[in-house]
Design a protein around this ligand. Sequence first.
Ligand code: ADP
Ligand code: ZN
Length: 435
Amino acid sequence: MANYYQKEIETASREEIIAIQNEKLVKQVKHVYDNVAYYRNLMDEKGVKPEDIKSIDDIHKLPFLTKNDLRDAYPYGLLGTDLDNCVRIQSTSGTTGRRVVAFYTQADIDLWEECCARAIVAVGGDKSDVCQVCYGYGLFTGGPGLNGGSHKVGCLTLPMSSGNTERQIQFMMDLNATIICCTPSYAAYIGETLAEKGYKPEDNKLKAGIFGAEPWTEEMRRSIEKSLGIKAYDIYGLTEISGPGVSFECEEQTGMHINEDHFLAEIINPDTGEVLPDGTVGELVFTCLDKEAFPLLRYRTRDLCVLNRKKCSCGRTHVKMSKPLGRSDDMLIIRGVNVFPSQIETVLLNEGYDPNYQIEVDRKNNTDTLDVYVELSNEMFSDKVADIQAKEAALAAAMRTMLGIGPKMHLVAPKTITRSEGKAVRVIDRRKLHD
Ligand code: ADP
Ligand code: ZN
């Protein structure tokens, strides 16, 4: 398949990439120091001057930025250019607190859309494709990002936005969509609805899906691939750094190539800030090498993952990141045990359940409680209490093996757990509400 949107840079040698990064970083640090008072103050506090940054080897000297800095500096404090030069604002989904806004010049938009175009070409997209974008449009970056990328590739773009699943399916079938872009949870919902309408996976013309904006497991990938009859690819990004397309999966489906010519990635120990070698799990940190309006340096994503520089069979040379294991603040600590929602999803799908579940954490009598509500499919549903109890016990045992603690399992009737059309809210942590 191996096609590239920008072959030269996507397959550049490591030496070339490093040379580009060195040059851009030196320039960007000076630009930020001169134009962003907020960051200049952080650098001054740390005693670092732009002249101290001579190459990417010096990056560890720079201070970090966190989401709290973005909230402190809201709305204009991290602007790197006059507002007159900006043409767009986007905002985070506010998954973990107050939303932050990001600004874009036209060059920033072009760069972001090119990254999305790289992702579409990497899954086999070209101008003959019909690309159905059912990420939300608006302040959320998913819709606008993939829409722009799809235009750049020259696909016939269906700007559906999320929701109205009946209409999604009608357009998908009537207009022969070949590529679909949405959150994995929405893809699962669309697959379920197609089946309910009597469509088989081979009835649609889809060949690939580009799914991201929320964590999803390999088990979920296989389940979506089966229900839609496609190859499902991961895409990662965050508003602060531009949006989807910061990294994307190629045909190998073993991690996402980070667009290293624009975004310099580091992995750090989230507790100490120390930079960790490739191959170690830690928090992903990005430095924007080109962005004009919102040029964040050493931004801590809170996403935990691993970087891998092994040669990729697709011919791309950019470093690959693993699927984020979850955000550092997604990790639940239950009676002292670290639990990632993705581990729960893995067990459920392995045990033959559909990805319709809700996790509830609470604290009762000073003890953490973990309850998992899982929907039964019509085929699994039973009126016999004993049947249900036996299934719950089997699931609880499988969970205990995976997590090290046994959650209380609740199997609930078909169609009782709300489906997600955008980012799924899998966890309700009531402990936070009491604190
Ligand atoms: P918010 O932080 O409010 O959710 P965004 O809409 O910008 O704001 O979402 C960015 C975050 O979404 C990332 O930091 C990451 O945690 C999550 N995310 C995005 N893409 C993926 C992906 N492919 N896999 C897992 N998580 C993802
Ligand atoms: Zn590859």
